[in-house]
Design a protein around this ligand. Structure first.
Ligand SMILES: C[S@@+](CC[C@H](N)C(=O)[O-])C[C@H]1O[C@@H](n2cnc3c(N)ncnc32)[C@H](O)[C@@H]1O
Length: 328
């Protein structure tokens, strides 16, 4: 594709200025979302993580992208940009290679990771070697709600945990122990690192266990063992390749996932389901929750609907769609 860099620079400036109310308050903000180019830019303090969703860029195009970013950044923000990493991630690509991320600004001396705070809680952002920086920004409001839950102890299960952020927000919301499940072993190490920092901000002791493996297998095994949880968070990917070679699809799996999660939920528990795929709507999720809650005798929940902030995620198709169901 031919990139019109003049148009890009203008749209970058517009996007940064439009989101002023956000970046003035938050360490971690999406500052650009596919306005003129298939590009997402997330700002973590004075660092940027760029995700490029188009055809592979040439070195010259990467340099011009970096130059434009640096110029506009210096016009808008008080501090200069320290470094920017770029992830090449064409839309249909499920596989990820370490070489898909590289520095386009800052380079070798730049930090590979950085701690940011959100609602007073620390999360580690990684710029190199991962398909995502580690914090889904469209979940910011969800993490706030979970961290303000005022639960009086109890067990949390966080499925498809990634870096564990939803579970960790839940611990801050008063739950006492947390099981985090993810299929990727490197993610579990990231979760542990985040947990270590989180324990420094809690006034009482919290417990966390991590499980490496398939979430659906973990759920089945827990049902057999008659385990129960007071809160369950389930935020699956849209698609993922399993170890068996099969492709997990949330559109196919969400009714069974919801049913089986509810089998593990205590009476008066909290259930959160979210997805990011056109076709999965709040009404669909609530319909499944109501259906299985009735069958399983959990009663009628109250629902809270969540979506990513429109201004911040302006041209994302579909977007984050989450529902918190409270059975109390
Ligand atoms: C959409 S992310 C989850 C985001 C996470 N809830 C958060 O808020 O940061 C998807 C995660 O699911 C994990 N995953 C993919 N397939 C899985 C499976 N079959 N079982 C468990 N985890 C899986 C991936 O490793 C990835 O970390």
């Amino acid at each position: 594709m031919t990139i019109d860099f003049d148009r890009f620079q203008k749209s970058l400036l517009d996007s940064f200025c439009k989101r002023e109310a956000l970046w003035k308050v938050h360490d971690a903000v999406r500052v650009y979302d596919e306005s003129a180019l298939p590009l997402v830019i997330e700002k973590f303090k004075d660092y940027a993580f760029l995700t490029w969703r188009g055809e592979v860029l040439t070195q010259f195009e990467e340099q011009r992208l970096a130059h434009n970013l640096k110029t506009v950044w210096s016009k808008v923000f008080d501090a200069p940009i320290q470094a920017a990493s770029l992830l090449h991630r064409p839309k249909a690509n499920l596989a990820f290679k370490e070489s898909d991320t590289r520095w386009i600004l800052g380079g070798v001396s730049a930090e590979r990771s950085l701690w940011v705070k959100e609602w007073g809680l620390p999360y580690q952002i990684r710029f190199m070697g991962h398909a995502h920086p580690g914090l889904f920004l469209d979940h910011r409001e969800l993490r706030r709600l979970l961290s303000e839950e005022n639960a009086d102890g109890g067990r949390v299960l966080n499925l498809f945990a990634f870096t564990g952020s939803l579970g960790l927000a839940g611990l801050h919301g008063g739950y006492e122990s947390l099981d985090q499940v993810d299929i990727s072993k490197p993610n579990l190490e990231w979760i542990r690192e985040n947990f270590r920092e989180h324990t420094k901000v809690h006034s009482c002791e919290k417990r966390m266990q991590v499980f490496a493996g398939d979430a659906e297998f973990f759920i089945q095994r827990s049902i057999k063992r008659e385990e129960k949880y007071d809160a369950i968070f389930c935020d699956p990917p849209s698609f993922a390749r399993k170890k068996t070679g099969e492709v997990f699809s949330v559109l196919k799996s969400y009714p069974t996932l919801i049913e089986n999660c509810l089998r593990l939920l205590n009476q008066e528990g909290l259930f959160m389901f979210s997805a990011n795929l056109e076709g999965i709507t709040h009404a669909l999720i609530e319909g499944e929750v109501n259906k299985f809650a009735r069958i399983l005798g959990l009663g009628r929940p109250t629902f809270k609907r969540l979506s990513g902030d429109k201004d911040e995620f302006e041209s994302s198709k579909g977007g984050m769609c989450g529902v918190i169901a409270k059975f109390r």
